[in-house]
Design a binder for this molecule. Structure first.
Ligand code: NAG
Ligand code: NAG
Ligand code: NAG
Ligand code: NAG
Length: 436
């Protein structure tokens, strides 16, 4: 039986060395990650672009040193020729796993060496010579682990070739959360989380996942995370040990003008607050969640906010399985959503700035429109959608993402525009006989 203290492991995103195995029903999955590191790199055969080249689009949160943070941050650009190499800075986590792909083809995973140059696309790379229908050729790379990161030093194409800026998609989603959103314990972590699957699965959508394992909404130490999301969401870097090494006590506030406003913000935070180990009171949690919503409203006044109900896993009871009770502040979260949609709030909305810690009354000429929605996760996951490490499996993540996609389609009219490109890597499970 899953006791609340067992959930302790939820948060322990402690730094372990970058090596792990992927298990499928308890069996080891074979992985053959190509070695892309160049032993020697001769700049004269390439055309080099610096990290700040306007042709390179940065996805998710990156700091002024071009170091990536949070879950599934990435880069994207178009290119000519059949060669893409990247030099990674020394602030890269050594041997970090990244996924990259050409166009809408499958993700290729490879480990990155800090300070090295990696040849990621060459004429031998599967698909690198296929012309169209995606033109120009696009290259996208994302970091798979939520605690590790990369630093972009420079990008190289073959001599005489060039990078091309790819315009952003027209829709944007932000997911604010903890390990459940960050992809902890799914096979490819951030690249198999429901948060990534939601953004990538909607298609034609930019997404940013500000989730970190163990973090609370409330601004206090939870499982070694020094700050809560009510503070950290307003900063570029996350609450990792890596961030404390690189930025110490002076992390960069996130410059919200770097990227257009999110249209939809999905919030799934509170599982760590709810854990008795962290001793967060209901009042402190609701206060923090409320301020996060006020913060989103202040930064992105037109964003629609979806607050997800929390799920806490299952236990076996006799001959079936039951959810861990209580499910986690269901009534309190619903009451908070009601408050935000009430005349009391909408006629005098309050915004919150996590950096200055100021709450300010918005001067509204007309009443604001309701913008906070409750998404009930009850009944989406069953006991075997949660892995032995108390987090959604790949299948669990796919279920959460799929339900959210339909919720968003029905509620906001966003059609599902991903119609083919790979989203979930290595989830092609099937039976090869019809008569078995
Ligand atoms: C690459 O990273 C994976 C995942 O952490 C690890 O299992 C593998 O051993 C690494 N491979 C190399 C060549 O370092
Ligand atoms: C990139 O940085 C260099 C050196 O700081 C600067 O000279 C250049 O103008 C920058 N380029 C862009 C596109 O910002
Ligand atoms: C990494 O550090 C080494 C030694 O300090 C230096 O020679 C090298 O140029 C650096 N590489 C990058 C990509 O910053
Ligand atoms: C938990 O919080 C309450 C109220 O803030 C406090 O009185 C109590 O000492 C705390 N317990 C622990 C174990 O930190």
């Amino acid at each position: 039986m899953l006791s609340l203290s067992k959930l302790a492991v939820l948060g322990l995103g402690l730094i372990s060395q970058a090596s792990a195995v992927i298990l499928q029903n308890g069996q080891v999955r074979e992985t053959n990650f190509p070695n892309t590191r160049l032993d020697s790199f001769s700049p004269s055969s390439y055309r080099t672009y610096p990290a700040n080249a306007s042709e390179i689009s940065y996805k998710g949160r990156w700091d002024s040193k071009y170091v990536s943070w949070w879950s599934a941050p990435g880069i994207k650009f178009g290119y000519t020729g059949q060669t893409v190499a990247i030099t990674f800075g020394n602030l890269t986590t050594d041997r970090v796993l990244v996924g990259y792909r050409i166009g809408g083809l499958d993700w290729i995973f490879t480990n990155i060496t800090a300070g090295a140059t990696h040849l990621l696309v060459s004429p031998e790379t599967p698909g690198s010579s296929l012309t169209g229908p995606i033109n120009p050729w696009t290259f996208e790379l994302r970091v798979s682990n939520w605690a590790y990161g990369i630093q972009i030093d420079s990008v190289h194409v073959a001599k005489g070739e060039k990078l091309i800026k790819i315009p952003d998609h027209g829709r944007r989603i932000e997911v604010i959360g903890d390990s459940l959103s960050a992809g902890m314990y799914t096979t490819y972590e951030g690249l198999t989380s429901w948060a990534y699957g939601l953004g990538a699965g909607l298609g034609n959508t930019e997404y940013s996942v500000t989730g970190y394992p163990g973090i609370c909404a409330a601004d206090q130490d939870c499982w070694g995370n020094p700050r809560g999301q009510v503070h950290q969401w307003f900063y570029t870097s996350d609450t990792s040990w890596r961030a404390s090494q690189i930025w110490g006590d002076n992390p960069e506030p996130w410059d919200f003008s770097k990227q257009p406003a999110a249209d939809i913000v999905v919030i799934n935070i509170g599982t760590n607050d709810h854990n008795q180990h962290n001793n967060v009171s209901t009042e402190a949690y609701i206060d923090a969640l409320g301020k996060i919503i006020q913060g989103v409203h202040g930064k992105w006044p037109k964003a629609q906010v979806i607050v997800m109900s929390l799920w806490l896993g299952f236990y076996q009871q006799g001959n079936t399985y039951l959810p861990n009770a209580p499910e986690g502040w269901v009534k309190e979260i619903q009451d908070l959503v009601k408050y935000f949609n009430s005349d009391k709030y909408l006629s005098q909305p309050v915004i919150y700035d996590g950096v200055t810690k100021k709450s300010t009354k918005l001067r509204v000429k007309r009443k604001e429109s309701p913008f906070v929605h409750w998404f009930n996760t009850k009944g989406i996951l069953q006991h075997n959608d949660i892995g032995p490490q108390w987090h959604p499996t790949d299948v669990g993540a796919i279920k959460v993402a799929s339900h959210l996609q339909q919720f968003i389609r029905i509620k906001f009219g966003w059609e599902l525009e991903a119609t083919g490109p790979e989203v979930w890597h290595e989830t092609l499970y099937w039976n090869d006989e019809s008569g078995y």
